[in-house]
Design a protein around this ligand. Structure first.
Ligand code: FAD
Ligand code: NAI
Length: 489
C-alpha cells in the first residue's frame, strides 16, 4: 500500500511538473494581444538600456500607466554572471541571452522598442536623440520626447588608456567579447601545432594572460584552467606541458570584496590548478615586444569600468555633476541637475559596487516609484489642494509633495540596498560564497563543492526565463558528458 501511495504521489508530482512546464511554454509562445500605442492621455517613460537595471524596471513597472519606450543598441538581455563560462564553451552563448521583445510582449500594454543607441539627451526640450547605423552605412536618427527618462546604459571596460590594449587584448564585457576570446584561443592552439615553431613561441601561443584580479578576471582564469585540464590537454597532448594561465593584478590582493579567508582559499586553489597569480604587477603597456602579449598571446582584459561616451558628455555638460566615474543621483535615483531624469546601475556613481545585484534592486525600486508616480499623476489635484489642475510638476516636486502630505507614512521612501552576499566560481568545480543571513544578522563564508552547488542553483534560479534555465542546465550536462567544443568558430 505504501509503495502504491508513493507511486501515486510520484506520478502526481511528474504530472504537475509536466503541466507547469507546458503552461509556461504555451505562455512563452503566446503573449496576449496589446492595446494600441501611444495613448496621448498618458506620460511617456523612456528607458535607455536592456541590461540588469532596465529589465528590472520593466518587470516591475505597470505598463498601463505610461507609454513606455525602450532604447538599446542590443535587443537582448545578457546574463553577465555566466559570460566567462561562454568564453570557454561550458555554456552556449544563446543560453544566457533573452530577447528584450519577449519581456515587452508579456507586459499588459504595448511597449515600443528601438534597437538603437541614444546619442544625446536634451534636458530642456525633454527629448532624446537615438541613432542606428545600418550595414550599408545608412544612419537612422530620431528624436523621442519623454516625460520621465531612465538612464540604465551600464559602463564600458576601463583601459586606463594603456596603449595597445584595444588592438591586442580581448575584453570580457559583452557577448561578442566572449565569442572573440573563444575563437582566439582555438586559433592560437591550431597555430601552435606547426612543428618548426621554436619552443618559446609555442609556449607563448598557449600562455593565457588575464589582467585584473576582480571577480571577472578570477572567474575567467578558473574557467580557462578547467578548459585546459578537462579538454585541451587531451585534445592537444603535444601541448600538454606548455599550457599556462597567468593572472596579473595591480593591487596587493585579488578579490578585495571577498573575506580574507576566501581570498586565501582561492589563491591556494589556483596554485594547485597551475594558475600563476602575480599581485602588485600593473600592466603598463601592450606592444608586440612586450612579454605579456607578444604577437598572439591571448590576453583577456578584466580591469573594471569607465563611463560610456553618452554619460561622459552629460557629466562634462552639467555643473551639478562632479564625479567622473558616473552620474551623481539622489536617494530616489534622480540625476542631479536633470529634472525628470533618473539613472541607475553601472552608469551612476554611488556608494554601492557596480554589480547586477545593485542594478536589479535599483530597477525594482524605480519600477515601484514610477507606479506610484503614475497613479499620483492621475489624481494630482488630490495630492495637494494647492496644485492647479493641469499644472506640470516634475518628479522631484511630486515626490516631496506626496511625502509632505503623508508625513507619517511617507508615500516615497528612499532607496535602500540590501546586500545578499557575493558569489564567484573559481574553477575545478569549486566556488566561493560570502552570504549575508539577515535573520541571523551574520555572514556565512563557504567554499568548495558545496559553494559550487549553491553557485549553480543560485544562477539557475536567477536566469531570466524557463528557456534560459533549461538551456543552461542542458549545457552543464552536455559539458560534463561530452566536454567543451573545440572548433575554432
Ligand atoms: P548593463 O547590464 O551593462 O546594461 C546596459 C545596457 O545599456 C545594455 O543593454 C546596453 O546595450 C545598453 N546601452 C549601452 N549604451 C547605450 C546607449 N547609448 N543608449 C541606449 N542603451 C545603451 N554582478 C553581479 O552582481 N554578480 C555577478 O555574478 C556578475 N558577474 C559579472 C560578470 C561579468 C563578466 C561582467 C562583465 C559583469 C558582472 N557583474 C556581476 C556586473 C554586472 O553585470 C553589472 O553590474 C550590471 O550589468 C550593471 O547593470 P546595468 O543595467 O547598469 O548595465
Ligand atoms: P573590478 O573593478 O572588480 O576589478 C578590476 C581589477 O583590475 C582591479 O582589482 C584592479 O586593481 C585591476 N587592474 C586595473 N588595471 C590594472 C593594470 N593595469 N594591471 C593589473 N591590474 C589592473 O572589475 P571586474 O572584475 O570587471 O568587476 C566589475 C564589477 O562587476 C565589480 O563590481 C564586480 O563586483 C562585479 N562582478 C561580480 C561578480 C560576482 O559577484 N561573481 C563577477 C564579475 C563581476
Amino acid at each position: 500500500n505504501r509503495w502504491k501511495l508513493a507511486k501515486r504521489v510520484g506520478l502526481g508530482i511528474v504530472a504537475a511538473s509536466v503541466f507547469f512546464y507546458g503552461v509556461s511554454i504555451y505562455n512563452f509562445r503566446h503573449p496576449d494581444p496589446k492595446q494600441p500605442f501611444p495613448d496621448p492621455s498618458k506620460k511617456t517613460l523612456v528607458i535607455l538600456g536592456a541590461g540588469w537595471g532596465a529589465t528590472s524596471i520593466l518587470r516591475t513597472v505597470d505598463s498601463s500607466l505610461y507609454n513606455v519606450v525602450v532604447v538599446s543598441p542590443r535587443n537582448y538581455f545578457l546574463f553577465t554572471s555566466l559570460l566567462p563560462s561562454t568564453a570557454t564553451g561550458s555554456v552556449h552563448s544563446r543560453s544566457i541571452v533573452q530577447p528584450i521583445r519577449y519581456l515587452l510582449r508579456h507586459k499588459s500594454h504595448f511597449v515600443r522598442f528601438y534597437e538603437a543607441e541614444c546619442s544625446d539627451i536634451d534636458k530642456d526640450g525633454k527629448t532624446v536623440e537615438i541613432r542606428r547605423k545600418t550595414s550599408d552605412g545608412q544612419e537612422f536618427v530620431q528624436q523621442i520626447n519623454y516625460d520621465y527618462l531612465v538612464c540604465s546604459v551600464g559602463a564600458e571596460t576601463q583601459t586606463f588608456g594603456i596603449p595597445g590594449i584595444e588592438e591586442h587584448g580581448c575584453f570580457m564585457k559583452e557577448m561578442w567579447d566572449a565569442q572573440k576570446i573563444r575563437t582566439r584561443i582555438m586559433k592560437c592552439l591550431e597555430q601552435a601545432q606547426f612543428k618548426d615553431l621554436d619552443p618559446e613561441t609555442r609556449r607563448r601561443y598557449v600562455h593565457f594572460v588575464v589582467v585584473g584580479g576582480g571577480p571577472t578576471g578570477m572567474e575567467f582564469a578558473g574557467e580557462m584552467a578547467d578548459f585546459i585540464n578537462a579538454d585541451l590537454k587531451s585534445w592537444y597532448p603535444e601541448l600538454a606541458n606548455d599550457f599556462s594561465v597567468t593572472l596579473i593584478e595591480a593591487l596587493p590582493s585579488v578579490l578585495p570584496m571577498f573575506s580574507s579567508k576566501l581570498r586565501e582559499y582561492t589563491k591556494s586553489l589556483f596554485a594547485k590548478t597551475n594558475i600563476n597569480i602575480r599581485t602588485q604587477t600593473a600592466l603598463k603597456k601592450v606592444t608586440s615586444d612586450s612579454i605579456i602579449v607578444e604577437v598572439t598571446d591571448p590576453e583577456v582584459w578584466a580591469g573594471g569600468n569607465r563611463p560610456r561616451p553618452l554619460i561622459k558628455n552629460l557629466i562634462e555638460s552639467l555643473n551639478e555633476q562632479t564625479n567622473r566615474r558616473g552620474l551623481i543621483v539622489d536617494d530616489y535615483m534622480q540625476v542631479n541637475g536633470m529634472p525628470d531624469v533618473f539613472a541607475l546601475g553601472d552608469c551612476t556613481s554611488t556608494a554601492y559596487a557596480p554589480t547586477a545585484q545593485v542594478a536589479s534592486q535599483q530597477g525594482a525600486f524605480l519600477g515601484q516609484l514610477f507606479n506610484k508616480l503614475g497613479s499620483l499623476d492621475f489624481e494630482k489635484p488630490r495630492v495637494d489642494r494647492h496644485i492647479a489642475i493641469g499644472e506640470e510638476l516634475d518628479s522631484a516636486a511630486l515626490i516631496s509633495l506626496a511625502n509632505e502630505k503623508h508625513a507619517s507614512t511617507k508615500v516615497f521612501r528612499p532607496f535602500k540596498y540590501s546586500h545578499q552576499g557575493s558569489l564567484a566560481y573559481v574553477g575545478h568545480e569549486k566556488a566561493i560564497a560570502d552570504l549575508n543571513v539577515p535573520f541571523l544578522d551574520k555572514q556565512i563564508h563557504a567554499s568548495g563543492y558545496l559553494a559550487f552547488f549553491f553557485w549553480r542553483s543560485a544562477y539557475l534560479s536567477e536566469l531570466y526565463s524557463l528557456r534560459n534555465r533549461t538551456n543552461v542546465l542542458l549545457d552543464w550536462i552536455r559539458t560534463s558528458l561530452f566536454g567543451r567544443d573545440i572548433s575554432s568558430l
